[in-house]
Design a protein around this ligand. Structure first.
Ligand code: NCD
Length: 312
């Protein structure tokens, strides 16, 4: 979380403490219950404008933010790169002045370049939420992962959490590692050496493995990350089939984790590459609950940023 010119933003989890994180999770928990009972309060963001500015396509994340904003009564506009004038050579900063003129209150930004939401946050009068920037951060994903875990264990500390896959290119992994460390968990990362930055092993509470079985042993949570097909053929990852045999989460590997360990994946999944279908659809999988908590977490983030900006 950061404050520029007294405007609150959520640009990343890095630097946030347990005290910063917990209020988001608590509010999201109550929004999850209100959403289930179809009782979300529509007056929370009434009269506020939320713009979803997506320079990189992501139907699921955009839909999640859109639903979150609408459930709280905001006016929501989606701007995607295909329809924006960025294609006509407009710079990010020109976009910022356009947005200022439109009096947008909350700006949700996804961009292929790390740091783009931070740059925009210095130029717009809206609160900026990073919805995923390059290989940097995806803070609402970490919050929703944290909330999903907390709901199952009744706590978000002292757990052994295995994160497997393309750690190097993953903004989800980066945000999750920051959040899970801040909350005091034991994090085990596994992936091919080409996708596992050695520097992460120097962090307190983080252990690296090249053998996924070692990471999964007695884990409370087994989290898989998408392995992008672009990485195959680039020399970083062998074929999909070989990847699955070396790093795919199948039933045998899941059995190494604690009985009833949670299976998580941020989506979109490559079934049969990083995760077996049987595992993705097993009773241990909380993948759909992650999606549900995603909406609740985004409601909490939009609500809190808006309140911090306009104290009652
Ligand atoms: C994640 C992302 O885009 O960072 N997906 C998402 O938010 N829906 C994870 C991924 O793309 O693998």
């Amino acid at each position: 979380m950061s404050l520029t010119h007294h405007i609150p933003h959520l640009l990343g989890i890095e630097g946030m403490t347990e005290k910063d994180i917990t209020p988001f999770l608590d509010l999201a928990e109550s929004y999850a219950l209100l959403s289930r009972s179809r009782n979300a309060p529509r007056d929370v963001l009434q009269g506020r404008t939320v713009i979803n500015l997506f320079f990189e396509d992501s139907t699921r994340t955009r839909t999640s933010f859109e639903l979150a904003a609408k459930r709280l009564g905001a006016d929501v506009v989606n701007m995607t790169v295909a329809t924006s004038s960025v294609n006509k050579g407009e710079t990010l900063l020109d976009t910022a002045s356009t947005l200022n003129a439109m009096h947008c209150d909350l700006l949700v930004v996804r961009h292929a370049q790390s740091g783009a939401p931070a740059l925009l946050s210095q130029k717009v009068e809206a609160s900026v939420v990073n919805a995923g920037d390059g290989m940097h951060e995806h803070p609402t994903q970490a919050l929703l992962d944290g909330l999903t875990i907390r709901r199952h264990f009744g706590r978000l500390s002292g757990l052994k959490i295995a994160i497997c896959g393309d750690i190097a290119h993953s903004r989800v992994a980066r945000s999750d590692i920051h959040l899970l460390r801040a909350m005091g968990n034991d994090i085990h990362l596994a992936g091919p050496p080409t996708l596992l930055p050695g520097a992460l092993g120097t962090l307190n509470g983080v252990t690296l493995h090249h053998n996924i079985d070692d990471a999964l042993k007695d884990a409370d949570v087994a989290m898989c990350l998408r392995v992008q097909r672009e990485r195959m053929g680039s020399g970083l990852v062998p074929s999909a089939r070989e990847y699955f045999s070396l790093f795919g989460l199948d039933r045998r590997r899941l059995a190494l984790a604690k009985p009833g360990a949670l299976v998580m994946h941020p989506g979109p999944m490559n079934r049969g590459v990083e995760i077996a279908s049987a595992v993705a659809d097993s009773p241990q999988s909380v993948i759909s609950e992650q999606v549900e908590m995603g909406v609740a977490v985004r409601m909490a983030v939009l609500d809190r940023l808006s309140r911090m900006k306009n104290p009652a």
